[in-house]
Design a protein around this ligand. Structure first.
Ligand SMILES: Cc1cc2nc3c(=O)[nH]c(=O)nc-3n(C[C@H](O)[C@H](O)[C@H](O)COP(=O)(O)OP(=O)(O)OC[C@H]3O[C@@H](n4cnc5c(N)ncnc54)[C@H](O)[C@@H]3O)c2cc1C
Ligand code: SF4
Length: 546
């Protein structure tokens, strides 16, 4: 069956803050443009997981009367607390003056990013943007001259062996003058484009964290709308790993609690999921959760290398925006306003080119200039040493360095710290470590992975080609099992990878239907042997308001 093709001025892959802001800006600038957005989640917001405390700067520019238009930013931050956790019961609250300036949240809002994206999608559709949820872009299409022609959505209705079932529907080709890739962290197509156009040739290695989050309904007597808690130290420090935690009191008596584990950790026995369960037992955290009920669970990678790791974002026929490129400001642990701004800059660049008579396929250098002249660049420049300092000097000394550079020098130090190491390359052989003994879950405060995946409402069509591809199937046992004690069993927050001991020897079983689309396996596998590709559109988590 032939694939149908549809023509647009601009096709956007991903209905996150970057993609939707680009779509809205394009229509604001030229209502006649044909703009479409593809989203792999069953609806806009279904795959969106964030903290989230957001800075409204980009939204103020995009939709200045957002408040009057009913944007779901209803909980202003009322109090900031930053803790250094030393054990399950010991914590030191940092006095305000000791907190790096970018971590102050006065003027920001605690939101559900899923809900903000749903609202942005309404604004976009109101302006005439076509949004297609339930369709994953699985292939980049190229013109003969090598420029990007558009994307194709994946086929629907193939069985495990790739054979067409009765329900088979071929994918659709979407051709555009320009295609924007806004897939978020570790985008499948973004990764291909970075390699093909050597976009990262002048960047240091990209860095990632795995964010694991739960949403709780807590005892109303304990709920303090607007309270923001951040923390570092225990439990990750006990295994020599780093990361940060958050606990946000949002609206309706709900609290978002999460742990972001830096994916450059060395110990293959470390389980980010179990570390998160441990973290919830910390007295400062559990005081709010005790007596409450968990509503939802999810996980998502975060791209945090910042300016040093940012690839070139333009290439013939397209642009890479938001976390697909890596625009998150790690010093603030905020990527929403920066993703939105990169989308808006991309839209402005495209409209200016089209207005000047451009017919597509160009390599839009003008984006790099617009970026360089924007507050987005200034922010990322000031934050450029934050992540490398933590990687090089650890939480405590790195934290002190960051306080100095942010509070005394406003991020304008004359030197740039660089971190060339890859996250996957930091994983050390299991022989150097002892397995970590994690407690059994109590089913009240702490949980196991399967019951967690259940509350993420994850569902995939079972009869489809596997979307977690091993480039060399022998390596799963020959390398991962033998040298690294199969770390994928632990770093996957959904229990997708399981070693089954059989009489013929160990075998890696992949329970792909539990996949949360967090992308950690694509990032952390020590030999880069796992390739995440989008499953049939609509599959994956169905987050309500994450
Ligand atoms: C745990 C956690 C906490 C965070 N806390 C904060 C915070 O407090 N404040 C803040 O500002 N930022 C925070 N961030 C970062 C912030 O969420 C991201 O920077 C932001 O969401 C990036 O926006 P984006 O549009 O680039 O990508 P995303 O928000 O990831 O959106 C990408 C969209 O594209 C879709 N998609 C991907 N691939 C395809 C495909 N091939 N075809 C079709 N659709 C596709 C996805 O389903 C998704 O809907 C946090 C992140 C995490 C994980
Ligand atoms: S299989 Fe990979 S992408 Fe899916 S949940 Fe596990 S680590 Fe994340």
């Amino acid at each position: 069956m032939e694939r149908e093709a549809m023509e647009y001025d601009v096709v956007i892959v991903g209905a996150g803050p970057a993609g939707l802001s680009a779509a809205i800006r394009l229509k604001q600038l030229n209502a006649d443009l044909a703009v479409m957005v593809l989203e792999k989640g069953s609806e806009v917001g279904a795959h969106i997981l964030s903290g989230a405390v957001i800075e409204s700067r980009a939204l103020d520019e995009l939709i200045p009367d957002w408040q009057a238009q009913g944007a779901p930013l209803t909980t202003p931050v009322t109090e900031d607390q930053v803790f250094l956790y030393r054990s399950e019961t010991a914590a030191t609250r940092l006095p305000d003056f000791a907190v790096p300036a970018p971590m102050h949240n006065s003027g920001n809002y605690i939101i559900s990013l899923g809900n903000l994206c749903r609202w942005l999608a309404e604004q976009a559709e109101g302006a005439g943007v076509e949004i297609f949820p339930g369709f994953a872009a699985t292939e980049v299409l190229y013109h003969d001259d090598g420029s990007v022609k558009g994307v194709a959505t994946g086929d629907m209705g193939r069985d495990k062996d790739g054979e067409a079932k009765d329900s088979f529907q071929p994918g659709i080709e979407l051709h555009a003058k320009y295609t924007l890739f806004a897939e978020g962290s570790r985008g499948q197509l973004g990764k291909e484009l970075i390699a093909r156009f050597q976009l990262a040739a002048e960047a240091t290695a990209q860095h990632y964290g795995l964010g694991i989050k739960e949403l709780w309904q807590i005892d109303p007597a304990k709920h303090k709308p607007g309270l923001v808690q951040h923390g570092a130290g225990w439990p990750l420090s006990a295994s020599g790993a780093t990361g940060g935690s958050f606990l946000y009191h949002l609206e309706d008596g709900q609290v978002a609690v999460g742990l972001i584990v830096d994916l450059n950790y060395a110990n293959p026995y470390l389980s980010p999921f179990e570390e998160f369960q441990r973290f919830k037992k910390q007295s400062e955290v559990r005081q709010y959760l005790d007596g409450g009920k968990r509503l939802c669970y999810g996980a998502r990678a975060i791209t945090k290398g910042g300016l040093n790791s940012l690839p070139k974002q333009h290439f013939p026929g397209g642009l890479l925006i938001g976390c697909d490129a890596g625009t998150l400001n790690f010093a603030k642990i905020k990527g929403v306003h920066t993703a939105m701004k990169s989308g808006m800059l991309a839209a402005e660049t495209i409209q200016a080119a089209l207005q000047a008579g451009d017919t597509g396929r160009s390599d839009l250098n003008a984006y790099a200039d617009a970026f360089k002249n924007s507050w987005l660049y200034d922010e990322l420049y000031q934050a450029r040493n934050f992540g490398p300092a933590l990687h090089k000097f650890g939480t405590f000394l790195g934290g002190a360095f960051n306080w100095l550079q942010q509070n005394l020098f406003g991020g304008k130090m004359f030197f740039t710290l660089k971190d060339q190491s890859t996250d996957h390359g930091q994983l050390a052989p299991a022989a150097s470590f002892q397995p970590i003994a994690y407690d059994k879950p109590d089913g009240v405060l702490t949980f196991d992975r399967l019951s967690s995946v259940f509350v993420s409402n994850t569902a995939h069509e079972e009869e489809q080609p596997i979307h977690l591809q091993l480039l060399d199937s022998d390596k799963a046992i020959a390398v991962n099992y033998k040298q690294y004690a199969s770390p994928e069993q632990r770093y996957c927050p959904a229990g997708v990878y399981e070693i089954v001991e059989e009489s013929s020897g160990p075998r890696l079983q992949i329970n792909a239907s539990n996949c949360l689309h967090c992308k950690t396996c694509d990032i952390k596998d020590p030999t880069q042997n796992i390739r995440w590709v989008a499953p049939e559109g609509g599959g994956g988590p169905n987050y309500p308001n994450m």
